[in-house]
Design a protein around this ligand. Structure first.
Ligand SMILES: [Zn+2]
Length: 348
């Protein structure tokens, strides 16, 4: 009888602690989901119809349309009361024309700017998660405007929505444990120049940069996915950090259930997308990256890449995946571990 009573109390105790753990877990789920709910198709659409409008003249690096783009981004952060890591009211990291022209693959360029905004971590402020997208596009040609709605208006607007969701968390006293840098780079179309400049002149030391989540084209569907558009290509997630890949995969299962397509992640893929957007400037410094991408489509780098062709519900869903991934990396107990060698180094 005594033993029975003991076993019964033990079982009772175990049951209580299990339900307490579940309650704790659910609470975290609720927080992340609650803030992710502010990322909506409507908001993304409203922003993108301005950012990719004719008025912004294709956002060519150093040109008046690109200056309108940086002002749009800055005004958003000021309105949201999200600060700059550079100086009060100065959200622009100048990328000098001398630097641009030293490395440019396409013509002579004028002074340009990256746009930086930042939320300071509550417990590990020195550890930085960088979420990036390029703000520039290819401008105009023979009087035709290349709006660049998908490339990369979609990624630029996704960052704004992610920043807003994190800022809502801050206001609710649930700010991220690690810091988050929202990095809008210029000169991508001229040869990944804004991200090159940032990583050579980082605002936060690269050794404290936990990872880079880079977004370049997430508003459209490519030919391979016309039947089931619930997908996004992920590139790079497993190349430097096993834990980054695991986090990314489990977060998707838990929250978004998008088909993660790793076709272009193959080291032997002839497209070599891993080397072709801004995240590579982080990866080559041994910082783990994930590149989010919808693949190319018939309007890629054409004047017809316009905001009316974006699938906004899908854009919102992909944006929520990136938000949840960033949330987990920012709030998890351990910093992501780098346990793999960069593929180019490995093969040499
Ligand atoms: Zn792009």
């Amino acid at each position: 009888m005594k033993i029975l009573l003991y076993v019964f109390s033990l079982l009772f105790f175990m049951a209580c602690s299990t339900s307490r753990n579940t309650a704790q877990k659910d609470k975290n789920t609720d927080d992340a989901s609650k803030f992710a709910a502010s990322i909506t198709a409507e908001n993304l659409k409203t922003h993108l119809y301005v950012f990719a409008s004719d008025e912004f003249e294709g956002r060519n690096t150093g040109e008046p349309g690109q200056k309108k783009a940086i002002k749009y981004l800055k005004d958003f952060y000021v309105t949201q009361k999200i600060s700059s890591p550079l100086a009060k009211d100065d959200y622009y990291q100048e990328v000098p024309e001398a630097f641009l022209n030293q490395h440019s693959r396409r013509g002579r360029l004028k002074d340009s700017e990256n746009v930086l905004a930042y939320i300071k971590g509550t417990e590990k402020p020195d550890e930085i998660i960088v979420i990036s997208a390029h703000l520039d596009h290819v401008g105009m040609e023979n009087g035709e405007i290349f709006n660049g709605a998908d490339d990369d208006g979609s990624g630029s607007m996704a960052i704004l929505e992610i920043a807003e969701a994190f800022q809502k968390a801050v206001k609710a006293g649930k700010g991220p444990r690690r810091s988050i840098l929202f990095l809008h780079v210029t000169g991508e179309e001229k040869g990944l120049l804004g991200s090159k400049y940032y990583t050579e002149n980082p605002t936060f030391p690269l050794e404290n940069t936990v990872c880079n989540l880079n977004i370049d084209m997430i508003g459209r569907v490519d030919k391979r996915h016309t039947i089931d558009s619930n997908y996004v290509y992920l590139i790079g997630s497993d190349k430097l950090s096993t834990s980054l890949h695991q986090v990314s995969d489990s977060i998707n299962t838990k929250y978004t259930n998008i088909n993660l397509d790793y076709t272009y992640n193959d080291d032997n893929d002839p497209n070599r997308f891993y080397y072709r957007s801004d995240h590579y400037n982080f990866a080559k410094h041994n910082i783990p990256v994930i590149f989010y991408f919808n693949g190319v489509h018939e309007d890629y780098h054409k004047p017809t890449d316009t905001p009316d062709k974006i699938e906004y519900d899908l854009l919102a869903k992909r944006t929520r995946l990136i938000f949840h991934t960033a949330w987990e990396i920012a709030n998890r107990k351990e910093r992501l571990v780098v346990d793999q060698l960069e593929p180019e180094i490995k093969s040499n």
